[in-house]
Design a protein around this ligand. Sequence first.
Ligand code: ASP
Length: 344
Amino acid sequence: MKLFRSLNIVLMAALLSAPSVLADERPVAMAIHGGAGTIEKSKMTADQERAYREKLAEAVNAGYRVLEEGGDSLDAVTTAIRILEDSPLFNAGIGAVYTYEGRHELDASIMEGATRRAGAVAGVTTVRNPIDLARMVMEDSPHVMLAGPGAEQFADSRGVKRVENSLFDTERRRQQLEKAKKKIEDETRQKGNEQAAVNALPVAFRMGTVGAVALDKSGNLAAGTSTGGMTAKRYGRIGDSPVIGAGTFADNDSCAVSATGHGEYFIRFNVAADICARVQYQGKSVAEAADAVINQVLLPVGGTGGVIVMDAAGNIALTFNTPGMYRASRSSDKPLYVGIFDKE
Ligand code: ASP
């Protein structure tokens, strides 16, 4: 009898604590990228490589910590992206590429998988962390995308401090602009076609876009992307990064995606949404869906780049068709991974 009673107590205690045990056992996962392109070991010093690896690890760990402590996936995404925007190593925020006129025009977007709410900004020039402004558009405006001076008026209306455009300057990107302009001018003279010249610019002239995807303990996915776009861009050119469905997408029923690459192709082929559609309607894994779109759809038409993809079970795919992609991931069942080159 006594044994029976104590067994009962043990059983009751187990039942009472079950929900919290379950909540704690729910997987969390975090993945980030810092751009895809011609990244080759031979062209990098050991110090440069170490700096990239350390910054990637810092960003993914910071996002992961938010998730582990019970924070939501949107906070994890913005935490990781802010670190990458503030680093001069990447083409987002500080370290963004220059436009043809020698300024910086920044694009960013964010999406929440539980509700499919989304926010984006394009061509902003005086907001230090465009990812935060994109989130404000999502949470505190009736719109999805705001561009240029209007986006900055919105920033003012929400009390966001503005910064000088020169805050984003770096010598490395300045030199890239000079080289890009020379290449465009030479090619235009030869071919008589400025568009062909711009399209022919090597990938290195836009590399370094940043992005993050996350899964929190409530089972919610989120994705975000931030970029300076392409070196020497003109005429208010906007790439895929702030375009929901192209550069960023999140839906709890399928997956979360952040893309990097030749934006024009990613817009035309609706890359992020196409990957999630394949997961949802064809029952593909995130790895299969990402491989199909990046390697079988984009590559044959000349679209270069990559994606990070995550589903609601925390499965992750880091897929690219370029020699490398700065990337990192960490999840409940997989330790920290940091990669730069192919096959590592
Ligand atoms: N996708 C970005 C753009 O086209 C650039 C990149 O990710 O490399 O603006």
